[in-house]
Design a binder for this molecule. Structure first.
Ligand code: DLL
Length: 430
């Protein structure tokens, strides 16, 4: 099933021609209207006439999160000040947020990208779609909402309310699909278990869309098993409209990045040089269809790689692999580069491990992983606990090449974040 079959299955030459045309239009608009880019173009000696092929994008300047913070709250408007109809801000952890403005057409485009994505995952107008992400400045609420409404689903704007209320809505309205943070999905699965609810029998759920925070394939499997649903990975960021940038189709094998809206590059984060398909690096995105606030070569800091092989679903927009981490989340411990996802992958493959964990780095690079046990993880025998602890230390050491300390803690004892999960506490940076 397709939402917009023609756009989603354009031949590669047609898609690339469209990208080039939209890139040229974007650069012309920025050169005419946005002082920030006018100055950058002048510094680099580049202008709209220099964009003759898609590869010429590399002549254009990067835009960073710091650039967007520096111009907060005004944004990089390429339209008259009264044209934007919506504001979202990004959930950065430090300093000022980044303000992103949407025109009416931008709001529409964002909803279309979500509609394409949901339909690609098998959603139809018959679905009851419970959006359990926060409504407000965060895009996971409103942007997803409008997309699901566009498909024709009955959309329940549940937001991140209590588990009790989420369950009530699911039961009363026969929810078939949810949009949920993966960390909350694990938490909610536990809640249902405690309530004696078997989602397979007692609920009508069939699909879950998870995103907005890094998570591993093991976490996907856990959510699928806990709820008896298909789980689809969804990637996006506020700077690029929010969710709907890249989304898994029914194959669940990498996320199609909507290339008629975004031009993708993968670069070496250290040098800025382009990397070939298949090689892991930082994702850099240029908006191709933005009116209010086009952004060139945005350094997402997210680490992924391109899957160049065509997808059996027939969509020609290339896929990216699951995000394995953010370059700024990378921990350097005793000289070794470690991504929190590597730790999660080990933990979530162990049934004795529960839903939450916390990575603590302190002192002279001492790494401690606090790990919640699952409800069935502890049979009361202390020697079993010690054996599990040793097993975890060895498995983690094999994955990350650093020997961590592992603290096993009771289920539900680690703090639960209100929004996105916070998995790392680096006391060295405090
Ligand atoms: O998280 C937009 C979103 C909402 C995406 C709902 C998917 C679902 P921000 O708050 O600006 O926007 O955070 C963007 O979150 O740069 C990634 O580091 C991370 N992220 C988002 N989706 C994924 C994902 C929204 N599927 C930042 N896997 C991005 C891993 C993700 N990381």
């Amino acid at each position: 099933m397709f939402w917009d079959q023609e756009s989603e299955t354009l031949s590669r030459p047609a898609l690339e021609a469209l990208q080039l045309q939209r890139l040229q239009q974007t650069v012309s608009r920025l050169a005419a209207r946005v002082p920030f880019y006018q100055q950058k173009f002048a510094e680099l000696g580049v202008g709209p006439d220099d964009i003759r092929r898609l590869e010429d994008v590399r002549r254009l300047p990067f835009t960073t999160a710091a650039d967007l913070r520096a111009i907060y709250p005004s944004g990089l408007l390429a339209v008259e000040a009264d044209e934007p109809v919506r504001l979202h801000t990004s959930s950065g952890t430090t300093g000022k947020p980044k303000a992103i403005f949407f025109s009416r057409n931008d709001v529409n485009t964002a909803a279309d990208m979500i509609a394409r994505s949901l339909v690609a995952a098998g959603i139809t107008r018959a679905d009851v779609f419970q959006n359990m992400m926060s409504y407000g400045l965060f895009t996971g609420g409103l942007v997803m909402h409008y997309g699901a409404e566009r498909v024709g689903c009955l959309v329940i704007p549940a937001g991140p309310g209590t588990s009790e209320r989420q369950l009530m809505l699911m039961q009363d309205f026969g929810t078939t699909a949810v949009h949920i943070l993966p960390s909350y999905a694990l938490y909610f699965a536990n809640y249902l278990e405690q309530k004696g609810i078997d989602p397979r029998k007692d609920l009508k759920l069939r699909k879950a869309f998870v995103g907005a925070e890094p998570h591993t394939e093991q976490t996907r499997k856990r959510i699928e098993e806990a709820f008896g649903v298909d789980v689809y990975n969804s990637y996006g960021l506020t700077e690029m409209n929010g969710p709907g940038v890249a989304f898994e189709c029914e194959q669940k094998a990498g996320m199609h990045l909507w290339e008629d809206c975004f031009l993708l590059e993968i670069i070496d984060p250290a040098t800025g040089e382009p990397l070939p398909d298949g090689q892991r690096g930082e994702l850099v995105l240029t908006t191709l269809k933005r009116e209010a606030m086009p952004i060139l070569r945005y350094r997402t800091r997210d680490i992924t790689s391109v899957i160049a092989e065509p997808c059996p679903c027939g969509r020609t927009h290339r896929r990216i692999h699951r995000i394995t981490g953010r370059s700024d989340d990378m921990l350097i411990i005793r000289g070794v580069n470690i991504f929190p996802q590597q730790i999660e992958q080990v933990l979530m493959s162990m049934p004795q491990v529960g839903r939450n964990y916390l990575i603590i780095v302190e002192g002279l690079d001492d790494l401690t992983v606090k790990v919640e046990l699952s409800d069935r993880g502890f049979d009361g025998q202390v020697e079993h606990l010690a054996a599990l602890q040793n097993q975890l230390v060895e498995k983690l050491k094999a994955e990350i090449w650093v020997r961590p300390k592992v603290d096993l803690v009771p289920p539900g004892s680690l703090p639960v974040a209100e929004g996105k999960a916070k998995r790392v506490l680096d006391k060295r940076s405090l």
